[in-house]
Design a protein around this ligand. Structure first.
Ligand SMILES: Cc1ncc(COP(=O)(O)O)c(C=O)c1O
Length: 376
């Protein structure tokens, strides 16, 4: 038995802290809700593993109807493939001898697919796949406005697609266009129209390839913020949404998304000090919470505001308008526990070794985040 498993069956407030909690009912409802949506449209769901980094959750998503998973990194792909998942897209470029060697090894055990945007990389992948005697499935990534990776639409994309079709041991599957610059844009109509506009360059490129005799089987893109925008376009075949499984304070504020999925992930913390009438300090700082999308806030205590994170401390202030506070006014004392809602679920998860799965306030499971830190 792992040192932490003796918590199973106990109330969540008995957990030592800081601890990463999943409300299992809410997570399962999110998985089911997304699966129900994809049962009604042409596109399939290929959920992104970067959010949870944990095979059991990927298996739950597949059991609910997802066709496979998306990964950001080889390390994530290795984790899920070792856990028995075959249909895996690495929605990133895999570059360099060592990484390409790992990729072709994975192709022995899976139907791995990878994004490309460079001619030399295509040649390197083909040579390594030929030497190993495996087939690698390829998506050419198109820059549809995010200005991150991706070749420009139409002519440059055609040149790469033609190269892939002629390269031994590579199978051209289609195109990927990720609208990451639009994914949390408020409000819904604005995001919807901008997304459809961005997707035009993907479709125009797909038409261009088909007019040149290249079959385009897969058109992949989308995230939680556009699952029902990009996902509703009949030509799109796959959506890469990740955050919907847990949600967070950032996505909760996105119109058309925050009202559909529930926040299932929290960090349980302990009050370690109440050194002033208007100040409380918890044991959750930036080593267990991230703040690139804003400082995370406690749930259940609207009068408390987290104002600062240092490495291992979270500083909260009690807001009481202009009325001075007296000792005892703060509703918490050292030793009390409170839950904090992350502002970015994906980067928060990456700071933790394990989840405690909670149902009806009781610890039901401990799941190790086996791809945590797999950034290589
Ligand atoms: C390539 C790619 N696809 C999809 C996503 C969607 O993720 P989410 O659903 O968490 O917004 C991301 C997010 O970073 C991404 O980088």
């Amino acid at each position: 038995m792992h040192a932490t498993e003796h918590y199973i069956g106990r109330h969540k407030t008995e957990l030592d802290t800081p601890a990463l909690l999943i409300d299992l009912d809410k997570m399962e409802a999110n998985i089911q809700k997304m699966a129900d949506y994809f049962a009604t449209v042409n596109a399939n769901l290929r959920p992104h593993v970067k959010t949870h980094k944990t095979p059991i959750i990927a298996h739950k998503q597949i059991a609910a109807g997802a066709i496979g998973v998306t990964c950001a990194k080889l390390g994530e792909a290795e984790t899920v493939i070792h856990a028995g998942i075959r249909d895996v897209l690495i929605a990133n470029q895999i570059v360099g001898t060592q990484k390409i060697a790992r990729l072709v090894n994975l192709a022995k055990h899976s139907d791995i697919m990878v994004a490309v945007d460079d001619a030399q990389n295509i040649q390197d992948l083909s040579e390594a796949a030929s030497t190993k005697g495996v087939m690698i499935r390829i998506l050419v990534e198109i820059n549809i406005g995010m200005n991150r990776c991706g070749v420009e639409p139409r002519e440059p994309a055609l040149a790469l697609a033609q190269q892939v079709t002629k390269s031994p041991n590579l199978k051209f599957e289609g195109l990927m266009g990720y609208e990451g610059h639009l994914i949390t844009q408020n409000g819904k109509y604005y995001r919807e129209n901008n997304t459809r506009l961005a997707m035009l360059s993907l479709f125009s490129t797909a038409d261009h390839l088909m007019n040149n005799g290249i079959e385009v089987s897969i058109l992949s893109g989308g995230g939680t913020g556009t699952y029902d925008i990009t996902g509703s376009i009949p030509e799109i075949t796959e959506i890469q949404a990740g955050s919907y499984v847990f949600m967070d304070a950032n996505y909760r504020g996105v119109q058309g998304v925050g009202d559909k999925f529930d926040c299932a992930l929290t960090v349980l913390s302990t009050v370690v000090s109440c050194p002033a009438p208007d100040r409380i300090i918890v044991d959750a700082g930036m080593k267990v919470l991230t703040k690139e999308f804003g400082i995370p806030q406690p749930i259940d205590y609207p009068e408390l505001e987290m104002v600062e994170l240092s490495e291992e401390h979270g500083k909260m202030q009690v807001s009481n308008g202009d009325i001075p506070l007296k000792p005892g006014d703060i509703p918490l004392k050292p030793g009390d526990k409170l839950e904090i809602l992350p502002t970015h679920c994906c980067t928060t998860v990456n700071l933790h070794d394990k989840y405690y799965g909670i149902r009806d306030e009781i610890v039901e499971s401990v799941w190790y985040i086996t791809a945590r830190g797999s950034s290589q």
